[in-house]
Design a protein around this ligand. Structure first.
Ligand code: ADP
Ligand code: MG
Ligand code: ZN
Length: 489
């Protein structure tokens, strides 16, 4: 094999990924950012609109004061400096989903700057990722491509829905870290309540900027930006793909093209959308229709004082106060609704570990399968606590508990009522169980023989038979000791 020394060097070369993420977060306001239209999801196309968000000439924007307040709260939670007189700017471009032909955003005077958050991954441990800025902006509308038609339709319900864009420093170094970063932003933003954080509704969308550089080189390589990644998994997959693709290109002796790419969820590849635009192509300028956004320092201090417990602190507390494992505490603390539900269940006297298992196990599974939120499932925390107490007392087995749980979801009855009504109570009466054991031993002399000849493993066969006979209601401990007693005796 004859390789040029240049090529040999390249093959030996190790590359380091450099990644910066831009995350758009939809704020949980009832009305849009510059008009009174509703932000409600799923309404008939163009029903949430007015002259302002339709971009009609002469209509003037008025800022929804909830938007800078949410943005400032998020900035505080992400350790940012808050600007007390930030400014809106017009970002000019034409697209059919943008009727004004400019997006109201922020440019050189964003509301938040110089923040950071901490992430943790298995391979790289705890790391601080810098946050360059957070700015406020309006969302654009949506183009709808009807099936089998070449026409595109425009729905402006989303036009003017408030967003913040969180721009990270190029501090992320792996796909795993990119995913952890997006998860952390989601956890913090939902915990402080500035977004509902529903991923399936596109409340969090990430643009991933990826470049490679030879290990040891200071200077960054040319980056690509993969737009609109709307799940944690897609961010990870797209970054993995982009790192691999760029590596191949470089090893092939090609130049990376600075461009905007899209993620194809089906083929699991990124593909080129357009060459990257530069900021000056947007002709940003201060929006003359909107005054500076003034925030009082006292208001910022109030926000700072009133920030709720953030996910990292909550995780720590769940480990210390409730004795949860790091994993359990992490899963619960990443989701505000789930962690609040968990603590609600505990107030009714549930054992923390059991309550946690049901919440991050069966309850989460049901949420995923049904696509319903915790609120929509509406399982009474008191009833779930009662179920864990019944399990703890040994009154029903884990298997029966699953049946009871399914029934609890289907009706609002208490677990006690369900157990009573369905006759699901565990049978621990040794007289009753003893009779069934006797019958089984008589009916299966061969297995009894085997057991007594030293093949004690056949006890499993008898346990299985006992469970069958009692429809899973036999108390396993009682059954085991009865079997041992009668087989050994
Ligand atoms: P633009 O506004 O054109 O998208 P910015 O300079 O504001 O560009 O950067 C956008 C994002 O790209 C930021 O998150 C930043 O950290 C990241 N970034 C900038 N340069 C690189 C690079 N060479 N490799 C990877 N990410 C980068
Ligand atoms: Mg960008
Ligand atoms: Zn409107």
């Amino acid at each position: 094999l004859c390789l040029s020394s240049n090529l040999k060097n390249k093959i030996l070369m190790q590359f380091e990924p450099v990644i910066g993420l831009e995350i758009h977060v939809q704020l949980a306001t009832a009305s849009k950012i510059f008009c009174c239209c509703s932000t409600e999801f799923g309404n008939p196309p163009n029903s949430n609109t007015c002259p302002v968000c339709l971009g009609l000439p002469g209509a003037l924007p008025v800022l929804n004061s909830q938007v800078p307040e949410f943005a400032a709260q998020l900035g505080l939670a992400l350790n940012c400096d808050i600007r007390l007189d930030s400014q809106f700017a017009r970002k000019n471009y034409f697209y059919p989903d943008l009727p004004k032909a400019y997006q109201i955003s922020q440019f050189d005077r964003p509301i938040c700057e110089n923040g950071w958050l901490e992430i943790e991954t298995e391979s790289r441990g705890k790391r601080r990722i810098g946050i360059t800025r957070i700015h406020m902006e309006e969302d654009a509308g949506k183009l709808v491509h009807a099936d089998g038609s070449t026409e595109s339709l425009v729905d402006l319900n989303r036009a003017g829905v408030p967003l913040v864009e969180i721009v990270s420093e190029p501090d992320v170094r792996s796909a795993e870290e990119a995913k952890a970063y997006m998860e952390k932003v989601h956890a913090i933003a939902t915990t402080i309540g500035v977004t509902d954080g529903d991923m399936e509704k596109g409340h969090l969308r990430c643009d991933a900027n990826v470049s490679l550089r030879p290990v040891g080189q200071e200077e960054f390589g040319t980056r690509t930006e993969t737009k609109n990644l709307n799940s944690f998994r897609f961010v990870q997959q797209a970054v993995v793909y982009e790192i691999g693709r760029q590596r191949e290109e470089i090893l092939d002796g090609k130049q990376i093209v600075q461009e905007t790419r899209l993620w194809d969820t089906g083929r699991k590849v990124t593909f080129s959308m357009r060459s990257k635009e530069e900021a000056d192509e947007y002709r940003y300028f201060p929006d003359p229709d909107l005054p500076l956004v003034h925030l009082a320092p006292e208001l910022i201090e109030t926000f700072r004082k009133n920030l709720p417990e953030l996910p990292d602190a909550k995780r720590q507390r769940f480990m210390e106060e409730h004795g949860l494992s790091e994993y359990d505490a992490e899963v619960l603390s990443a989701d505000r609704r789930m962690s609040e539900y968990f603590e609600k269940v505990l107030t009714y006297g549930a054992a923390p570990k059991l309550a946690c298992n049901w919440i991050i196990g069966d309850l989460t599974r049901v949420m995923n399968e049904s696509g319903k939120s915790l609120k929509e499932i509406d399982l009474s925390p008191e009833h779930l606590a009662a179920l864990t107490k019944i399990i703890d007392s040994g009154e029903i087995s884990n298997k029966i508990a699953k049946t009871v749980f399914e029934e609890m979801l289907a009706s609002a009855r208490t677990p006690e009522e369900i157990i009573e009504e369905k006759g699901l109570k565990q049978v621990s009466d040794s007289g009753e169980l003893g009779r069934i054991v006797d019958e089984l031993l008589v009916a299966n002399p061969e297995q009894v023989e085997q057991y007594r000849a030293g093949k004690t493993k056949v006890i499993g066969f008898f346990v299985g038979q006992m469970m069958k006979q009692t429809q899973g209601k036999g108390n396993p401990a009682v059954i085991n000791s009865l079997l041992k007693e009668k087989l050994d005796g």
